[in-house]
Design a protein around this ligand. Structure first.
Ligand code: AMP
Ligand code: ZN
Length: 466
């Protein structure tokens, strides 16, 4: 079956293909950079990475935009408390965000764009809405009149027929099912950063930012818009209302939303204070790829309940896969190819691909990999697994890792890289040959201190990281 995704807009799983040609035009709501992101945020960004990689595996090219929200109420408050400009304050966290996503091996979008670099375009968009009668002014702020947009509610599937015309909010987030006119442009307040513009002195609201940056780089109708499930309403509903009021065209064809990561049955969030950052977990000794594995192991539309046991289980799973790979690379298998096992590899590859085609079912995809490793390990023990099978098994593992990307260990600071390990092993071999066993043992112990374990096997020296 073809590639398909659950679309929040239609509430159905639908076959996916881009609107034109081979390029998928995709927009992702990025972080609000007033603090380090937590692993709940990173779950959503990791889902987007899997989505990118699988679209590429299916032959598509990405044209992907992510915004960085660098002007917003909390940012203004925090920057003022730190006696910094919003630019100084947000630069640090925008940088930290990229460091974290790099560590998690998330591909960078083709365009990473900042809200403060697009204020002129936001003003122009608000003027267009004004000309079309979608706005009104109150105390110097400009509001979007949602009663003018009859389709309001179509994404979140809320019935807003009884909306209170004229009720409005200044804040960017408000209660579910309570539809109110939202702010497009906030009038200048004392001490707050502001821009002098034809629509008055002030600053943009959060929602207009995404409509403007999405359409500037990707055109009027996007193929895919993504975000965490909490953004469906009001943020994405408001993006649709703004964009479609300007263009008269559908804003995004597919809306994909990642479910929350929770901890002790609560949504992990900065405001509740119940969060871990990636930095916290690395500090506790978990390499980034273990966190990545945990985040990708639960399909994105299911809640992910974060526990330390889950993290340990992720580390064990990676270890099993690395050991399996090591066995494929270092065991001496009998010559030839066992055709039944080639068929087994094809079956596993098919199951893996089918799982990801099915709305990115990562749990099923992993199950296909682990069943395969179990079966082939048994075949190896029985002497039925031949050199030709090792080649196809390694290809399958590589296919798996082109999406999950967990097999290569992250080089630890103060540790050793692969080349250095190989060089130390060569030195140890030389020491053993000249019967300098003390030196050989010393090299083994030094490597062990750096987390590298050496094993002498019949087939020669093997090594792995702890
Ligand atoms: P923010 O920086 O708060 O705008 O959030 C950045 C992204 O993380 C958005 O797509 C949110 O929907 C998402 N997000 C926030 N909290 C969680 C959570 N606990 N689990 C998964 N995604 C989340
Ligand atoms: Zn957004």
């Amino acid at each position: 079956m073809a590639l398909r995704f659950y679309n929040t807009l239609t509430q159905q799983v639908e076959p996916f293909a881009p609107l034109s040609g081979n390029v998928v035009r995709m927009y992702t709501c990025g972080p609000t950079v007033y603090n380090y992101v937590h692993i709940g945020n990173l779950r959503t960004f990791t889902f987007q990475d899997i989505l990118r990689r699988w679209l590429q595996a299916r032959g598509y090219q990405l044209d992907h935009v992510m915004n960085i929200t660098d002007i917003e109420d909390k940012i203004i408050r925090h920057a003022a408390a730190a006696h910094q400009t919003i630019y100084e304050y947000t630069a640090k966290y925008a940088e930290a965000f990229l460091e974290d996503t790099d560590k998690l091996r998330l591909q960078r979008p083709e365009h990473l764009v900042k809200a403060t670099d697009h204020v002129n375009e936001m003003v122009e968009a608000i003027q267009k809405l004004e000309q079309r009668g979608f706005t009104y002014l109150s105390d110097g702020s400009v509001y979007y009149r949602i009663s003018k947009f009859p389709e309001y509610g179509k994404l979140s599937h809320n019935d807003f027929s009884g909306i209170r015309a004229g009720a409005r909010v200044d804040v960017d987030e408000y209660d579910k099912a309570d539809a109110r006119d939202f702010v497009l442009w906030k009038a200048k307040k004392d001490d707050e950063p502001s821009w002098q513009t034809p629509i008055g002195d002030g600053r943009p609201g959060w929602h207009i930012e995404c409509s403007v940056m999405a359409m500037k780089y990707l055109g009027e109708t996007l193929d895919i818009h993504t975000g965490g499930v909490d953004l469906t309403f009001p943020h994405h509903e408001n993006e649709i209302a703004q964009s479609e009021a300007i263009t008269g065209k559908p804003f995004a064809r597919f809306w994909l939303h990642a479910e929350h990561l929770s901890i002790e049955a609560q949504k992990m969030s900065k405001s509740l204070g119940n969060f871990y950052t990636l930095r916290d977990l690395i500090g506790m000794g978990y390499p980034p790829e273990v966190v990545r594995y945990l985040l990708e192991s639960v399909p994105y539309r299911k809640k992910l309940n974060f526990t330390m046991d889950g993290l340990k289980a992720a580390a064990t799973s990676i270890e099993r896969l690395r050991n399996y790979k090591l066995r494929l690379e270092t065991d001496k298998f009998p010559a030839g190819t066992n055709d039944n096992l080639i068929e087994r590899t094809q079956k596993a590859t098919q199951a893996f691909d089918e799982a990801l085609d099915d709305d990115l079912n990562t749990a099923e995809a992993l199950a296909a990999v682990f069943e395969y490793t179990r079966d082939t390990n048994t075949a190896m023990d029985a002497g039925e697994f031949l050199t030709g099978n090792a080649i196809s098994a390694l290809e399958f593992l590589q296919h798996f890792d082109s999406i999950f990307d967990v097999l290569k260990p992250t080089a630890q600071t103060g540790g050793v890289n692969d080349e250095e390990v190989e060089a130390e092993i060569a030195k140890r071999d030389a020491a053993k040959k000249s019967r300098d066993f003390k030196m050989a043992d010393q090299i083994r112990a030094q490597l062990a201190e750096k987390g590298v374990i050496i094993e002498d096997t019949k087939q020669g020296v093997r090594w792995k990281r702890q």
